[in-house]
Design a protein around this ligand. Structure first.
Ligand code: UN1
Length: 496
């Protein structure tokens, strides 16, 4: 069993109370690691360390900050397999997907490392003669990175890397379900040569550590990914605190399959998006919008494929679908299935916990398909975050677009069609931050903006560093007057 402490000011230290907590393998209930259960005092120490380190780090040449990220990328690459195995144990996703999660971190490291040699500003002409002007990006200060359990390496890298390359320092709180991976990631930054205090790790609960970070006056930026409920609390609790807040929250993503689609291709995308990562991605497909004329063929094919999905421990190469993260989540999923039944949707397959043999030791839920779903039902409106797919039938592209857009979320959408006109219309009219054509709703690449509209976020984007930097930097507009006289903009324009 592994043991980890907090990492504050370049040292691994126990929590101030000496308390610990365990992280559990959701496939079999075994303890994966023991971690520091931190208090407000630990958060305070970490924020103080980050504040002190900021004064130097912001002046460290950006290309050299970027080079540390290259080194992080190199080590991540070297440890990809070990980290992926640990991820399958701590989080449950199947090994191939865990490798993908680490790969996303590697991609970020090399991509964002290069930003150290860009961090482009802007120059503009002046209204006045002999005057030069430009806008430069300044780091904001101390960033609190609060990350979820579903992408334990990738999502932290989306926050830590752009924050650090821009010259901020960071206090990182990984999800309490996947803290060991958070600690492993921090170890890699340490080995890569990051100076003490620049990145600090505090593990523990959201109620204690998360809340203390939100309230701490020394934190300038909160970058949060997690549930919409928690994200809303982040907003309320920080409303009067003058912090920059970036929220990445839920989704209720849909795949539309038109009557002219390649149905077999669509089935692959649907299975991958709805049941990959056991439906626990914010980009997961949880609504399937199907043209009436192909509904029966598609349902039949989809059903036979779902029947053959194998549940199990993600370390077993035969496994298609791993466990869900914990018992609370399992119960929530099951509750939603009950709600769907009460609402009158037709349960075609699944709808229950899987308890055969070894599965009884973990948190497994059978891949579930509802048909005859009305777009306004709760199962079609609320994020379930599990392997539950709801099928809605439509008669036209217009109706599909309307249904696609009718939730409070706006993360990802997809359309399968062979008609280029329909594809372009859907691309234009789907009101989500990400749109896929002839591809499922998951699998975004790091160099495009990641994020959503409406209740999915608060207008910020991650991934693409030129977009992400809007969170981690402040624009500073600089005017340099070399005329040697008072030139009043807007007023002296006739004196030129
Ligand atoms: C998430 O769903 O929480 O686009 C993140 C994807 C991954 C990241 C997902 N690259 O599916």
């Amino acid at each position: 069993m592994r043991e980890y402490m907090n990492y504050i000011d370049g040292k691994w230290v126990p929590s101030s109370t000496g308390e610990t907590f365990k992280s559990i393998n959701p496939a079999n209930g075994e303890v994966v690691a023991v971690l520091a259960k931190s208090s407000r005092e630990d958060v305070d120490k970490a924020v103080q360390a980050a504040r002190r380190a900021f004064d130097k780090w912001r002046l460290y040449p950006a290309p050299r900050r970027g080079e540390i990220l290259y080194e992080v990328g190199r080590i991540l690459k070297e440890r990809k397999e070990d980290l992926a195995r640990l991820m399958t144990q701590e989080m449950g996703k199947v090994l191939t997907e865990a490798r993908g999660d680490v790969q996303e971190g590697i991609d970020m490291a090399f991509y964002v490392g290069g930003e150290g040699r860009r961090l482009f500003g802007v120059t503009t002409p002046s209204e006045m003669p002999n005057k030069f002007q430009m806008a430069v990006r300044d780091p904001v200060g101390v960033v609190a990175a609060i990350t979820p359990w579903n992408f334990p390496i990738a999502i932290p890298t989306w926050k830590l890397m752009p924050a650090l390359v821009a010259g901020n320092t960071v206090v990182f709180k990984p999800a309490s379900d996947t803290p060991a991976l958070g600690a492993e990631l921090v170890k890699i930054f340490e080995e890569a040569g990051l100076p003490p205090g620049v990145l600090n790790l505090v593990t523990g609960t959201g109620e204690e550590v998360g809340k203390a970070l939100l309230e701490h006056p020394g934190v300038d930026v909160i970058s949060f990914t997690g549930s919409t409920d928690t994200g809303s609390q982040v907003l309320t609790q920080t409303a009067s605190k003058n912090k920059k807040i970036s929220l990445e929250m839920g989704g209720k993503n849909a795949i539309t399959v038109m009557d002219d689609a390649d149905i077999d291709l669509a089935i692959e995308g649907i299975l991958w998006s709805a049941f990959g990562t056991t439906g626990q991605r914010c980009t997961a497909c949880s609504r399937l919008i199907v043209h009436k004329s192909i509904r029966d063929t598609l349902t039949e094919k989809l059903l036979s494929r779902i029947q053959n999905l194998r549940l199990g421990d993600g370390l077993d190469p035969e496994t298609d679908v791993g466990p869900v993260i914990n018992e609370r989540q399992l119960n929530k999923i099951h509750q939603y299935v009950g709600i769907g039944r009460e609402e009158g949707a037709k349960l075609l397959i699944g709808g229950d916990r899987a308890t055969d043999g070894e599965l009884s030791k973990g948190f497994f839920y059978k891949p579930t398909l509802f048909t005859d779903v009305d777009p306004n039902m709760r199962i079609a409106q609320e994020e379930i975050f599990g392997p539950v797919l709801s099928m809605i039938t439509v008669n036209s592209l217009e109706e599909a677009i309307k249904v696609n857009n009718c939730t409070k979320y706006g993360l990802s959408s997809s359309i399968y069609t062979r008609d280029i006109n329909k594809a372009f219309r859907a691309m234009r009219d789907f009101n989500t931050g990400i749109v896929y054509i002839n591809h499922g709703t998951i699998g975004a690449e790091v160099h495009l903006p990641f994020g959503g509209t409406k209740g999915t976020g608060n207008g910020h984007r991650e991934g693409a560093v030129w977009a992400a930097l809007d969170v981690f930097t402040e624009w500073k507009s600089v005017y340099i007057d070399f005329s040697g006289r008072l030139q009043r903009a807007q007023i002296d324009i006739d004196k030129i």
